[in-house]
Design a protein around this ligand. Structure first.
Ligand SMILES: Cc1c2[nH]c(c1CCC(=O)O)Cc1[nH]c(c(CCC(=O)O)c1C)Cc1[nH]c(c(CCC(=O)O)c1C)Cc1[nH]c(c(C)c1CCC(=O)O)C2
Length: 347
């Protein structure tokens, strides 16, 4: 029968306030760490790094060794899903991801209708290895991108300001858009189920770009697809916990909470937790939301930013994190200081 979890992050996801707050950082494995840059050189391409379990395990563990974060997040990328579906995906140094755009029904028919899970075996092996190599108090997180975020890369073939190509496609060819989102809902659900089976204890869904959608499209292309993934995952694996991050999605947060989509909702740095939290319905947990630039700046902005969050979330189930991913130029000493401040252990 289900017992109360002992890991701090899982307790928060079950709705329990935990103090000091547990902490992890989005994109915590990455280029701000010299040891990451070193391992990255051994791997060839970025996707090779994602698909080499020994190296992906190593870079996942690096920030845990250095900072003792309460969660480790699988090292991979949201774009392994289009890659596994058969789309060409490359990561170009300093330019970000490049994909062969999928814009027509004919392009779509060349992709697998179902996710060939076997192509992602290296990812599941990484999780399996991490389940035994992580410290016993560390929660193992899996993740995927939300359908609209992933679709915006699949359609444009790259990152785009305000996701204009995907939004235009949603107006001009709603059937195509619905089909693509549907493929991604089913693929993401199967992928997350398999991540849980391989050892992930909770998963985060990254909706980095859904907030670019106008209100008339948001429910159909962001809220509803994410709801379908969360529901499908919970049906298949009731023990799975979910964190939903909608960057820029402040105006939609209360609807995610009211619909029970996500055990925790992650706030970006533009939201004031002192205002937002008391208005959220239900006992949804929250996560966030220090400005990644305050972490780069350090000093007073870092101190004040942390203090404000700590005072706003007292007695609430909250996981400390940034309001978006950590940036490569972040000084490592600032990350150590952040952890010490959140844990109340000096600095
Ligand atoms: C939009 C998005 C992507 N990937 C991801 C998102 C959603 C989160 C967000 O909004 O930031 C998610 C992601 N990407 C990566 C992780 C690994 C786990 C972790 O958080 O540490 C996670 C969770 C590794 C990565 N994914 C990428 C890197 C850098 C690649 C390198 O080492 O050269 C890492 C560590 C590459 C990537 N991958 C992506 C972009 C735009 C880029 C290039 C930009 C950049 O270089 O930061 C797509």
């Amino acid at each position: 029968m289900s017992e109360r979890p002992t890991k701090a992050i899982l307790r928060v996801l079950d709705g329990e306030p935990v103090w000091p707050l547990p902490i992890w950082i989005m994109r915590q494995a990455g280029r701000y760490l010299p040891e990451y840059r070193e391992t990255r050189k051994q791997a060839g391409s970025f996707l090779d790094l994602c698909y080499t379990p020994r190296l992906a395990e190593e870079v996942t563990l690096q920030p845990i060794r250095r900072f003792g974060f309460d969660a480790a997040i699988l090292f991979s990328d949201i774009l392994v899903i289009p890659h596994a579906l058969g789309q060409e995906v490359r990561f170009v140094e300093n330019e970000g991801p490049k994909l062969d755009p999928v814009t027509s029904a004919a392009d779509l028919s060349r992709l697998s209708a179902e996710l060939p899970l076997g192509r992602l075996d290296p990812v599941f092996e990484t999780l399996d290895r991490l389940s035994s190599s992580l410290p016993k108090e560390t929660t193992l997180l899996g993740f995927c991108g939300a359908p609209f975020t992933v679709a915006s890369y699949m359609i444009a073939g790259k990152g785009t300001p305000d996701q204009a190509p995907a939004r235009l496609t949603a107006y001009r060819d709603p059937d195509f858009m619905d089909r693509l989102v549907d493929i991604l809902v089913r693929a993401s659900t199967a992928y997350l189920v398999r991540q849980i089976d391989a050892g992930a204890e909770a998963v985060q869904i990254f909706e980095s770009f859904g907030a670019a959608l106008p209100p008339a499209l948001f429910d159909r292309l962001s809220l509803d697809p994410i709801r379908r993934i969360v529901t499908g995952l919970k049906e298949a694996r009731p023990q799975a916990r979910t964190i939903v991050f909608v960057r820029g999605g402040g105006t939609h947060l209360h609807r995610f909470a009211a619909a029970g989509v996500g055990d925790a909702l992650a706030l970006d740095w533009t939201l004031d937790p002192a205002q937002v939290l008391p208005q959220l319905p239900g006992q949804v947990a929250t996560q966030g939301n220090l400005d990644p630039l305050a972490l780069i700046a350090g000093g007073e902005p870092l101190r004040q930013g942390v203090e404000h969050i700590l005072s706003a979330v007292r007695n609430r189930p909250h996981i400390f994190n940034l309001g978006h991913g950590i940036l490569p130029e972040t000084p490592i000493e600032h990350v150590s200081e952040l952890v010490a401040r959140v844990r109340g252990t000096g600095a």
